[in-house]
Design a protein around this ligand. Structure first.
Ligand SMILES: NC(=O)C1=CN([C@@H]2O[C@H](COP(=O)(O)OP(=O)(O)OC[C@H]3O[C@@H](n4cnc5c(N)ncnc54)[C@H](OP(=O)(O)O)[C@@H]3O)[C@@H](O)[C@H]2O)C=CC1
Ligand SMILES: O=C1OC[C@@H](O)[C@H](O)[C@H]1O
Length: 377
């Protein structure tokens, strides 16, 4: 029997997402494509690292898992292969560079950095030192994304794509959070766009850009700012050169929760709907086809609806093992590293840079600024 590739993870920071990540990686999975070991956890205090282990991976307490009171100790642990960075966005650049300089591969949470300039620094360090580095845009690794691309771009089930709408909004209780929260403090990267709008944008790119094309969207954006934080962002994407001159309407807000259906893609033959508990965790595709010869402008509702079976998107399995789906990206990374790759083909560094540049442009038009952007250009 072929043995699975193995990765020993060092976890940097013990906030919410780190808890989701280690929980997912520790789940028993019948069809796992890699073996993940949580080797070390680093927090700003050792007590915090220990309490994180106790709460989220208690089964590892007796296994010799290392609990450190600093992030540096994780980077320098010789038993760690890859560092998972789960600090607020503002620290991603330095955490990545420190981990790379200590000789580690890196998975860094989204957004990769605060702006494209910072992202370029990290990419340069990664390429110079020759380590695997990836932005944790985990949603792109859900099997449903492959299914989406197949339906839209290979089978062209809805015909020529004309428009798409995507929203990721969460009703965040900002007033109840301390001003030091990453969701409120601009110096930590607060704002809807980098936190959740990045997913809406991702769905726009995935559904409006057939793989292999090099059409680039024009971007028009507006943002609503409160104390410098973009509480809502709205972005128009226009692909002038694409057949059908595709358009995307990409939104995010911290004021309202998006409905179950977070995206819809409209084409000449019908509409495709994406849904899930949020745009980061898609779990359903539904296609509604226009019947031939129907007069929809006359209220003809006789459309054919196709629910894509969950089994075709590996969700049958996910339903069985539970978890949120971080193992999809983690398995891919383990396979890439075992194959000697320095980048993911699903979330390559050039795509991270392209997205970061788009986010910069959106903020330039919309007005959201971070101290890290200085000097403003
Ligand atoms: N992929 C996904 O679905 C999600 C991704 N994220 C991303 O993960 C990152 C972290 O988000 P989240 O876990 O929600 O954030 P939390 O605020 O819950 O946790 C952040 C952690 O970073 C560490 N930290 C270090 N310095 C600071 C500081 N000055 N202020 C606050 N925390 C600090 C702390 O850990 P310690 O004290 O242990 O050092 C803290 O627990 C963000 O970049 C976010 O975009 C977030 C949620 C979902
Ligand atoms: O990435 C994310 O997705 C889920 C949200 O709860 C979170 O704020 C965000 O960082």
């Amino acid at each position: 029997m072929e043995s699975l590739p193995e990765l020993r993870w060092g976890i940097v920071a013990t906030g919410m997402i780190a808890s989701w990540f280690v929980t997912d990686l520790s789940l028993p999975r019948e069809d796992a494509r890699a073996r993940h070991i949580i080797q070390a956890v680093g927090a700003r205090s050792e007590a915090k690292a220990q309490s994180f282990v106790k709460s989220f991976v208690p089964e590892l307490e007796q296994s010799g898992i290392a609990c450190y009171g600093s992030y540096d100790a994780v980077y320098n642990d010789p038993n760690v292969d890859i560092v998972y960075i789960a600090t607020p966005h503002a620290f991603h650049k330095q955490n990545c560079i420190d981990a790379i300089n200590a000789g580690k591969h890196v998975l860094c949470e989204k957004p990769f950095t605060i702006n494209a300039r910072e992202a370029e620094e990290v990419v340069e360090a990664a390429r110079q030192k020759g380590f695997f580095v990836m932005e944790g845009m985990w949603t792109r690794f859900f099997p449903i994304v492959e299914k989406l691309k197949q339906l839209l771009h290979k089978e062209r089930v809805i015909g020529e794509i004309n428009r798409m709408f995507a929203d990721f909004s969460l009703d965040m209780p900002l007033r109840d959070l301390p001003s030091t929260s990453r969701l409120r403090d601009v110096a930590l990267g607060a704002g809807s766009l980098l936190d959740i709008g990045i997913y809406s944008l991702t769905w726009g790119l995935l559904s409006l850009e057939p793989p292999g094309t090099s059409e680039k969207p024009e971007i028009l954006a507006i943002q609503t700012l409160s104390d410098g934080v973009d509480i809502s962002s709205a972005v128009l994407l226009q692909y002038h050169d694409a057949p059908g001159a595709r358009q995307g309407v990409i939104t995010s807000s911290v004021l309202h929760k998006t409905d179950d259906i977070f995206a819809r893609v409209e084409g000449s033959k019908g509409t495709l709907f994406l849904s899930g508990s949020g745009a980061s965790m898609p779990d359903r595709i539904k296609v509604s086809l226009k019947p031939l010869n129907a007069r929809q402008d006359m209220g003809d509702k006789n459309t054919e609806c196709v629910d894509i079976p969950k089994a075709e998107m590996s969700f049958a399995f996910q339903e069985k093992c539970g978890g949120k789906g971080f193992y999809y990206e983690a398995d891919c990374i383990a396979l890439d590293i075992a194959a000697g790759k320095m980048e993911s083909s699903i979330m390559p560094l050039n795509e991270t840079l392209r997205v970061m540049k788009m986010l910069d442009l959106i903020r330039k038009q919309g007005g959201a600024k971070f101290p890290q952007d200085l000097p403003y250009v």
